[in-house]
Design a protein around this ligand. Structure first.
Ligand SMILES: [Zn+2]
Length: 93
């Protein structure tokens, strides 16, 4: 994914919108203090609250679209079974 968004120069406003911290919040990557500050901003900023909701929904979509982990038998085949013991089509007991 290309996540290059044009950023306005920082430091002009005392209170910035969340920007990158927004996804960090959704991913649970913020420290306690930063999280408190971000949540406080979201509580007072409808724009950022909408963004947080959208990001959370997006994250759920990705979670559901993620492929399931490989099965144990597949991993066992990758590691290589002892020769002569079994074959890929052997029925489990
Ligand atoms: Zn905001």
């Amino acid at each position: 994914m290309s996540g290059s968004q044009p950023k306005s120069s920082e430091g002009r406003l005392a209170e910035q919108h969340l920007g990158d911290r927004l996804s960090a919040l959704v991913d649970g990557e913020l420290g306690h203090d930063a999280r408190e500050r971000v949540l406080a901003h979201v509580a007072t900023c409808a724009k950022c609250k909408t963004e947080v909701d959208a990001q959370r929904r997006l994250k759920n979509v990705f979670a559901e679209a993620a492929p399931p982990p490989p099965s144990e038998s597949f991993l066992a085949r990758l590691q290589g079974l002892p020769a002569g013991e079994t074959s890929a089509t052997a029925a489990p007991r």
